[in-house]
Design a protein around this ligand. Structure first.
Ligand SMILES: Cc1cc2nc3c(=O)[nH]c(=O)nc-3n(C[C@H](O)[C@H](O)[C@H](O)COP(=O)(O)O)c2cc1C
Length: 378
């Protein structure tokens, strides 16, 4: 019998699928609708202590490609396929006080669903480190099951916040340490993919007692420029700032980051995020060793909280387990990490025999000249 339940950082999940910290989890009504729809858990929109005012106009737009064509644009039009989301939305614009009372009410109404509070403070001075502790105490007193530290928001001007923490192993250490000093629940840390070697930041987090790493947040990016108006497709008075790319485009990129970490720390726990809308997508993260996965963009585009997405994920996992029942697989534990060891240094990938080698050109390789064209060109 297929069993979708799992245990991650000591917490029981009815299924390993969570809504990521994003608009789908920005209010208690959304979160309760999400539980009702079948999500195993949610990570709240990130809660902070500083006042938040978002930019004028749209905070998120969706980049689409014409079916069978070449146009890439955020313009609404028929016959397109989603490529990515692009956003410059800040963390929750509701203060901590707004969340207090609501988090406990959510937990009371849905005691068996997992509620993770995402929090963010600075890390540049003792006052900011104390803010991490204030947030931690406040949300855990509300009864949340775990805390996720946001070291990954890609649009922060402050050098000691968001992705700027996640790019610096020392800031990762001090912030994780500050939280762990007061945390009574598991601490997950969401790292930015925009760092040279994410393994270094992951090491800093684990050294300070972090219980799991979530990755990826969105990738730093700009909206495209409209060739007619010469304006960025998202702008305010013609100006844009760096924002974050999510959705299908980042799945392969996020996997590369995840593979580095799961290989470096095979015994640690990881929550995979980026580009997931079906079980086939989620499976990539599970096969690399992740114990849960999270979804943002796909849920936003499906009735704001993803009722069809979670149905597809759970039915996809059930069918996958049934298809592999003859291997004795009944739950995630049976296939988690099976491909972790298959990402190797380039030099370890087999080369052809000298006789079969045509200067690296294969007759049927898309994007390359045919071998005889190559020989003539020489
Ligand atoms: C509009 C929007 C707002 C987001 N806000 C947050 C946030 O407050 N905190 C956070 O940790 N991640 C935030 N994210 C990042 C998502 O949680 C997720 O990591 C990212 O979108 C990649 O997943 P996806 O490909 O499923 O969208 C946001 C993403 C979007 C699209």
């Amino acid at each position: 019998m297929a069993d979708l339940s799992t245990v991650f950082t000591g917490i029981h999940f009815e299924n390993p699928f969570l809504l990521a910290s994003a608009p789908p989890t920005e209010s208690e009504t959304n979160i309760m609708r999400a539980y009702e729809a079948g999500w195993g858990g949610v990570v709240t929109k990130t809660i902070g202590l500083h006042p938040v005012v978002n930019v004028r106009g749209p905070k998120t737009k969706f980049l689409r490609a014409d079916n069978g064509g070449t146009r890439l644009s955020m313009a609404k039009r028929p016959d397109t396929t989603l490529v990515a989301s692009w956003n410059w939305e800040l963390i929750s614009d509701k203060p901590l006080d707004w969340w207090i009372g609501r988090l406990s009410a959510i937990k009371k109404a849905w005691p068996n669903k997992v509620l993770v509070a995402s929090i963010m403070a600075g890390s540049g001075n003792d006052k900011e480190l104390a803010n991490w502790q204030t947030l931690t105490r406040a949300v855990q007193d509300e009864g949340v099951d775990a805390i996720e530290l946001n070291f990954s928001c890609p649009h922060m001007d402050r050098v000691d916040m968001g992705a700027n923490v996640g790019k610096d192993p020392v800031l990762c250490s001090v912030s994780t340490q500050a939280v762990k000093e007061v945390a009574r629940v598991p601490v997950w840390v969401k790292l930015t993919p925009a760092s040279a070697d994410i393994v270094e930041e992951a090491a800093a987090v684990f050294r300070m007692g972090g219980d799991a790493i979530s990755s990826s947040n969105t990738f730093p990016s700009l909206p495209l420029i409209d060739p007619e108006t010469l304006d960025f497709e998202v702008n305010v008075d013609g100006y844009v700032a760096s924002g974050g790319l999510g959705g299908p485009a980042i799945l392969p990129q996020s996997l590369a980051k995840m593979a580095q970490m799961t290989q470096a720390f095979p015994d640690r726990e990881f929550s995979g995020i980026g580009g997931i809308s079906t079980f086939a997508h989620a499976l990539n993260y599970f096969l690399l060793g992740c114990g849960t996965v999270q979804v943002a963009t796909a849920a936003m585009l499906d009735h704001a909280i993803g009722p069809n997405v979670i149905r597809t994920l759970t039915s996809g996992m059930t069918e996958f387990l049934e298809r592999n029942a003859e291997r004795g697989w009944t739950s995630l534990a049976d296939f988690r990490g099976l491909r972790r060891g298959h990402v190797v240094p380039h030099a370890q990938i087999a080369r052809p025999n000298a006789a079969d080698y045509h200067g690296g050109y294969e007759d049927d390789a898309e994007g390359y000249a045919r071998a005889e064209e190559f020989a003539q060109a020489r």
